[in-house]
Design a protein around this ligand. Structure first.
Ligand code: ATP
Length: 333
């Protein structure tokens, strides 16, 4: 029986890259019934809201969504739709895997880093104020419950994936209250997983290490903003934002997306790389238990990138977004 999946094409390059990714999922023979939903700036223009209630209802029903990048209009007090979705569905784990692909030129051959980012609080909690026009404050909310939950998730993921080490990134030397609490939770929980090595690193030193010695990292666990930044850094190590996807996982729902944004300057040109969204589609299929189909697309994507006959501009080629997707479909066995 086909599984209902919400499909949000999104803004900017979203409709192009998501259109191709969803086409590939369908062409691979996935038992998926797409239910299109609106969100972002396009939804504001079409339906009068950046997150229409109908979209929330659809995801409540499907419990799983493949989502394109969204624009939050500047001014007008609009809150980020991504953050609202993550908070509404309590998608507490943001899991972003970056790995080297044969055929994509990088300095390193053997990167496979999974960033597990706390997705509901930290500096993204939405608490802030302007006491006067020259002063602004943002609250960095860290709770023991949320940090213990994400750290436990990271160790359990390491166990499931056969990873040997979890590294916590923080700035506890300066952010003594918030990252001090995060680090205490990390020390506590790491003791419950004696078979998995653990280490902690100050975020700035870790960024240097990630650039000079990335093959030394396996699973990173960190707070919301640090995770956002570090996962983009990791993406840059393996060929750029066009490749990496992010899984937003909660107990009751999950939303799969590319980690890149709407890249407005590229929109409408059919030259963005759809690989990050294709990877999001692969992760979505694994999540709903259609592993065979996921593997079919994964092998084809790996083959297409390795052969390098058809490459998008960001990876040094001249193929369009749709030509690349055509090649992935051709390479599916
Ligand atoms: P937003 O405001 O939505 O975050 P942005 O352009 O500021 O958009 P990103 O969309 O994350 O941020 O993109 C940053 C840059 O990375 C883009 O300008 C583009 O050069 C590159 N990029 C992002 N996504 C892709 C992609 N799918 N294919 C090729 N290049 C990409």
């Amino acid at each position: 029986m086909k599984r209902d999946v919400a499909l949000i094409l999104g803004d900017g390059i979203g409709p192009e890259v998501m259109g191709q990714a969803s086409r590939i999922v369908t062409e691979a023979g996935a038992e998926v019934n797409w239910i299109e939903a609106q969100a972002g700036e396009g939804a504001l223009l079409r339906c009068g809201s950046t997150l229409p209630q109908e979209t929330v209802d659809i995801i409540e029903q499907t419990k799983v969504a493949l989502k394109g990048p969204l624009t939050t209009p500047v001014g007008g007090g609009y809150r980020s739709v991504n953050i609202r979705l993550r908070q509404h569905f309590d998608l507490y784990a943001n899991v972003r895997r970056t790995r080297t692909y044969e055929g994509v030129a990088t300095k390193y051959d053997n990167i496979d880093i999974i960033t597990v980012r706390e997705n509901t609080e930290g500096l993204y909690c939405g608490i802030g104020s302007n006491p006067d026009e020259h002063t602004a404050m943002s609250t960095r909310l860290i709770t023991e419950a949320a940090e213990r939950r994400i750290i436990t998730y990271a160790f359990e993921l390491a166990g499931k994936m056969g990873k040997k080490k979890v590294t916590a990134l923080h700035k506890a030397n300066i952010l003594k209250a918030t990252d001090g609490l995060f680090l205490r939770c990390f020390e506590d929980i790491s003791a419950e997983f004696p078979n998995i090595a653990h280490e902690d690193m100050i975020i700035d030193a870790a960024c240097m290490k990630l650039v000079t010695d990335p093959e030394n990292f396996e699973i990173i666990v960190t707070t919301n903003l640090f995770g956002d930044i570090v996962s983009d850094l990791c993406s840059g190590l393996v060929g750029g934002l066009g490749l990496t996807c992010g899984n937003n996982i909660g107990e009751a729902a999950a939303i799969f997306e590319a980690i890149h944004g709407t890249a407005p300057a590229m929109a409408g040109r059919n030259n963005a790389n759809p690989s990050a969204c294709i990877n999001a589609g692969i992760e979505m299929l694994k999540y709903i238990g259609q592993e065979q189909c996921a593997l079919r697309i994964e092998n084809s994507l790996i083959k297409t990138l390795k052969e390098g006959k058809v490459r998008t501009k960001d990876l040094g080629g001249s193929a369009s977004c749709s030509m690349f997707a055509d090649e992935v479909i051709r390479n599916m066995e």
